[in-house]
Design a protein around this ligand. Structure first.
Ligand code: NAD
Length: 480
C-alpha cells in the first residue's frame, strides 16, 4: 500500500523510526495509505534542515521569494482537479466542494502572500527633537505551523505562505487524519524550485510529532489551527518558552435571523452555513436564532430544504453531503445527537446514520440534523460538535439575541441577517465574535485580520497582521 513520505531538506524520506499510521478513506471506511508516525528525531532533522536554509532564504530578495511562491500557486491551480480528488478521498468532503473552495483558496493563499512579500512595509517616525525612529522587521528564523483536518490544504497553506513570504523557514505538520494534499504540496515545492529546507513537512500525531515541534527550542513561533483543547496544551508548553503564538481554535457560532431579512437569500445561505463540508467548518453557524414572528415559516422551509440535500459518494458531482472525516469523529457526533435527545431536544430532520449504497456502504455518513426545543444553556448549545448538527429556537428582542449569542465560551464567528442597517452595525458591535458576516457567510478578504475572541483563539491571521506575526520588530532610534 502507498506510503506517504516526510519532506525534509528538499527530499521525500521515510520517518527515522520507520513507523507508519493507517490513513482511511472515510467514504468507504477502509485504510487506503500509510502516513508517517514521525517523532522527535524527525522533528530534529527538519529543524536542522530549516536552520541550514534560513540565511539563504532570509536574504533572498522579496521579488525572488514572490516568484517562487507564485510558482507554487500556479502549480496548485494546474493540478486542481487531481488535488480536489485526493482531498475528497482523504477527508470525505464532496469533490465539488474541494474544487470550488479548498484548492482554489490554497492557491490564493500562496498568491496573496507572494505579492504581500513585495509590498511589505514598515513604520518610520520623525521625532520632534531631530531623531528618526523606525521599526526594523526581520524574519524570526524557524517557525512551526500545525493545522487541522477539516480544510486540509487550505488551512495548511494559510499558515505556511505568510511565514515563507516573511523570510522564515518552516517546519509544518498537517493533520494525521488528512495528510495527502500536504504530501502533494511537498512534490509541488520540489517542482517549484523552492530551496531545500525552506519548507519541511512532517506527518504524525499531535501528542508525538506536534508536541515535539511545539517544544523544540529552535522553533521561535507556533501558528496553530485546531481545537481549543489542543490550543490550551500548546500554550502551556510554548508560553513559558516565550514563543510567539497564534491560536485559531474552536467555535459555537450563532446565526441570528431577523424578520426583516431577505428570506430566500438567508435560507439558501443558512443551508450552506449549517451543513457545508458536513458542518465540519469552524465557521459554520451551529446555533440558529430566529426572530419569533418568522420562526414557524423559517422552521418549515429550513427542514424542507435540508431534506433535499443529497448525501452520498463524495466523488459524485451531485453530492452535497459527504462522509464524516473519521470513525472517531463519527462516533463523537452520534454521541452528541444522543446527548441532545437526553436533554429534551426534538429532532426535526436527520438525527440518524445515513445509509449509502454501493462503493460507500462501509463509509461514515450522518444525516444533516436539525434539533429544536433545547435551552441555550445545555451542553448541545454550549459544546462544539463540529458536524452536521444545528439547533434552532426563536428569540423576541435584539437584547435577547445578543445575550444568547454571547452565552458560550467561544467567539469565533457570527452571521446576522437583517436589512436594517443600524441594527446590523449595533449587532456587529455587541456580538462577541472575531468575524461577523452580515447577510452573507464565508466571504473572505485576505487583507483583513482573521481570528476568534474568547476561547476561539488569540492572535490574528491574514494580511499585514500575519506577515507581522512572523517577524521580529526592532525599534531603531537614530539621532540626526
Ligand atoms: P485538533 O486540535 O485535534 O488537531 C489539530 C492539529 O493539531 C492536528 O495536526 C493535530 O495532530 C495537532 N495536535 C493535536 N494535539 C496537539 C498537541 N498537543 N501539540 C501539538 N499539536 C497537536 O483539531 P482537529 O480535530 O484536527 O480539528 C478540528 C478543530 O479545529 C475544531 O475545534 C475546529 O473548530 C478547529 N478549527 C478552527 C479553525 C479556526 O480558524 N479557528 C479552523 C479550522 C478548524
Amino acid at each position: 500500500m502507498f506510503q506517504i513520505k516526510n519532506f525534509i531538506g528538499g527530499r521525500l524520506i521515510d520517518p527515522r523510526g520507520k513507523n507508519y499510521l493507517d490513513n482511511y478513506d472515510p467514504a468507504i471506511g477502509e485504510v487506503y495509505s500509510y502516513v508517517p508516525d514521525s517523532d522527535e528525531q524527525d522533528v530534529e532533522l527538519a529543524v536542522q534542515a530549516a536552520e541550514h536554509a534560513f540565511e539563504g532564504w532570509a536574504n533572498t530578495s522579496a521579488s525572488d521569494r514572490c516568484s517562487i511562491l507564485m510558482r507554487i500557486a500556479d502549480l496548485i491551480d494546474m493540478k486542481s482537479d487531481y488535488l480536489s480528488g485526493i482531498e475528497s478521498i482523504d477527508n470525505g468532503k464532496p469533490k465539488t466542494l474541494a474544487a470550488t473552495v479548498d484548492i482554489p483558496r490554497a492557491a490564493a493563499n500562496f498568491r496573496f502572500f507572494a505579492t504581500a512579500a513585495v509590498q511589505f512595509s514598515t513604520d518610520a517616525h520623525h521625532m520632534e527633537n531631530n531623531a528618526l525612529n523606525y521599526t526594523l522587521r526581520q524574519p524570526l528564523g524557524v517557525v512551526g505551523c500545525i493545522s487541522p483536518w477539516n480544510l486540509p490544504l487550505y488551512l495548511f497553506t494559510w499558515k505556511i505562505a505568510p511565514a515563507l513570504a516573511a523570510g522564515n523557514c518552516v517546519v509544518a505538520k498537517p493533520s494525521e487524519v488528512t495528510p495527502m494534499t500536504a504530501y502533494e504540496l511537498s512534490k509541488i515545492c520540489i517542482e517549484s524550485g523552492l530551496p531545500a529546507g525552506v519548507l519541511n513537512i512532517l506527518h504524525g500525531t499531535g501528542p508525538k510529532c506536534g508536541a515535539a515541534i511545539v517544544k523544540h527550542p529552535a522553533i521561535k513561533a507556533i501558528s496553530f489551527t485546531g481545537s481549543t483543547r489542543a490550543g490550551k496544551e500548546i500554550a502551556t508548553v510554548a508560553a513559558p518558552m516565550f514563543k510567539k503564538l497564534s491560536l485559531e481554535l474552536g467555535g459555537k457560532n450563532p446565526n441570528i435571523i431577523f424578520a426583516d431579512c431577505d428570506f430566500e437569500k438567508m435560507l439558501k445561505t443558512t443551508i450552506q452555513s449549517s451543513f457545508s463540508n458536513q458542518g465540519e467548518i469552524c465557521l459554520c453557524g451551529s446555533r440558529i436564532l430566529v426572530e419569533k414572528s418568522i420562526y414557524e415559516k423559517f422552521r418549515s422551509a429550513f427542514v424542507e430544504e435540508t431534506k433535499k440535500l443529497k448525501i452520498g459518494d463524495p466523488l459524485q458531482q451531485d453530492t452535497s453531503i459527504g462522509a464524516i472525516v473519521s470513525k472517531q469523529h463519527f462516533d463523537k457526533i452520534n454521541y452528541h445527537i444522543r446527548v441532545a435527545a437526553e436533554e429534551g431536544g426534538m429532532v426535526l430532520s436527520g438525527g440518524e446514520i445515513a445509509p449509502v449504497n454501493g462503493r460507500c456502504a462501509g463509509g461514515w455518513f450522518i444525516q444533516p440534523t436539525i434539533i429544536e426545543g433545547l435551552p441555550w444553556s445545555c451542553r448541545t448549545n454550549l459544546e462544539e460538535i463540529f458536524g452536521p448538527v444545528v439547533t434552532i429556537a426563536p428569540f423576541e428582542t435584539e437584547e435577547e439575541a445578543i445575550q444568547i449569542a454571547n452565552s458560550t465560551e467561544y467567539g469565533l464567528s457570527a452571521t446576522i441577517w437583517t436589512e436594517n442597517l443600524n441594527r446590523a452595525h449595533r449587532m456587529s458591535a455587541a456580538v462577541q465574535s472575531g468575524i461577523i458576516w452580515i447577510n452573507c457567510w464565508m466571504h473572505r478578504d485576505l487583507r483583513t485580520p482573521f481570528g476568534g475572541m474568547k476561547n476561539s483563539g488569540v492572535g490574528r491571521e491574514g494580511g499585514n497582521e500575519a506577515m507581522r506575526f512572523f517577524t521580529e520588530a526592532k525599534n531603531v532610534c537614530l539621532k540626526l
